[in-house]
Design a protein around this ligand. Structure first.
Ligand code: F6R
Length: 368
């Protein structure tokens, strides 16, 4: 039941602190990830992994795109990420030592399952499935599995299933880094990320407490027809996910771009009728992002920035800023997802759409 909440989506957004800790439960020591969480064969398979191909659809694909930044940076493994409906109809080249990874909340998405079955004929060293539904086809057909433990998700627009996928993918990154000889992640850094994972629950709660401020911001979007989401690095996929959520439930056209691409085309769209949303965590791309935001401002674009409280981005004419608590850089994509979910939710409520059952969409896409 929805309990005190008006919609399942809102309830599921609020469940995130709890399900994120469930996703971590019993899988961490004080200094690292317990690799056995992926199954008894995981350590041997991860030690042999030289490349990774990640295949998924929709929101799960966005989780895969975030993971690429993590896996390359911390585990030092080259990663390709692709939507299942494209992958299954091409002739992929599989270098020696490549691990195949599927991400699916339902474990029944037709294209993702077809991609997994196809991959089995292509010479991968194994298939890892990251999934929310125990006993699903994807889980049964994968060599290794990690359950995301988000619990049932009723709202068609995925929220907690996405953030728990990110948790699972961070665990995968750390496990891989641990099993490989030459991973860039030092033991010290590994410990810091593990400690940061353990503080995720209270930090997510602090972000959810910003709900009424986000609801106020949402009023600026209710009458708009187009929006632009910007991010850099691992926050580019978070911008993609923010745009997808807004499209799905409010039916407002939303596009996401890596902020550095602005001047290669999309800047032409920016005017006072097109709000621009940006996520600005405290990372080494911040200065570049700030100058992209100036470019938007100079064209009269109205900016909405979700920024780390320490980065010195403050509200001014045409720029509204919501400050988020500081978090370890590696986990920022997870945290910055939350305000974008709430923003879409409130915009949809203002527009009077069917938040939990958006038109034309099904929760589980079991046909091609
Ligand atoms: C959007 C959403 C979808 C799914 C996609 C794949 O909010 O949930 O984009 O992510 O249909 O589904 P799964 O993850 O079950 O394979």
């Amino acid at each position: 039941s929805k309990g005190e909440y008006r919609h399942f989506m809102l309830k599921e957004i609020y469940e995130q602190p709890a399900v994120i800790s469930a996703a971590l439960e019993g899988r961490l020591s004080d200094t690292g990830v317990l690799v056995e969480s992926f199954g008894p064969e995981a350590a041997a398979l991860f030690a042999r992994t030289r490349q990774i191909h990640i295949i998924a659809c929709g929101t799960s694909y966005h989780a895969g795109l975030v993971a690429r930044y993590w896996l390359e940076r911390y585990a030092g493994v080259p990663v390709q990420v692709e939507v299942a409906s494209e992958y299954r109809y091409r002739y992929p080249v599989v270098p020696e030592g490549t691990l195949f990874v599927t991400l699916s909340q339902s474990g029944e998405t037709a294209d993702t399952l077809a991609a997994l079955r196809y991959a089995k004929t292509l010479g991968y060293i194994g298939a890892l499935g990251i999934c929310n539904v125990p006993g699903s086809s994807l889980v049964r057909e994968s060599d290794l599995t990690l359950m995301t433990r988000a619990g049932p998700e009723i709202g068609v627009a995925s929220t907690k299933a996405f953030t728990t996928q990110l948790v699972a993918l961070m665990l995968f990154t750390l496990a891989l880094a641990k099993c490989r000889d030459k991973a860039p992640l030092s033991a010290d850094e590994q410990t810091k990320i593990v400690q940061a994972l353990k503080t995720l629950m209270p930090i997510c709660q602090q972000v959810l407490a910003l709900d009424s401020e986000i609801e106020t911001l949402s009023q600026a979007f209710a009458e708009k027809h187009h929006t632009l989401f910007l991010g850099r690095g691992a926050h580019y996929p978070i911008a993609l996910e923010g745009a997808l959520k807004l499209k799905e439930i409010s039916y407002i056209h939303a596009e996401a771009y890596p902020a550095g691409e602005l001047k290669h085309g999309p800047l032409a769209l920016v005017d006072s009728e097109m709000p621009v949303i940006s996520v600005a965590p405290n990372d080494d791309l911040l200065e570049k992002l700030k100058s992209n935001l100036q470019e938007v401002r100079a064209r009269g674009g109205e900016l909405f920035v979700f920024a780390d409280e320490n980065v010195g981005i403050h509200a001014q004419d045409g720029i509204q800023v919501l400050h988020l608590p500081h978090i370890h850089e590696a986990l920022a994509p997870l945290l910055y997802t939350l305000p974008l979910q709430l923003l879409s939710y409130h915009v949809a409520v203002l527009r009077g759409t069917d938040v939990d059952q958006p038109r034309n969409l099904a929760k589980s896409v079991t046909v091609e």
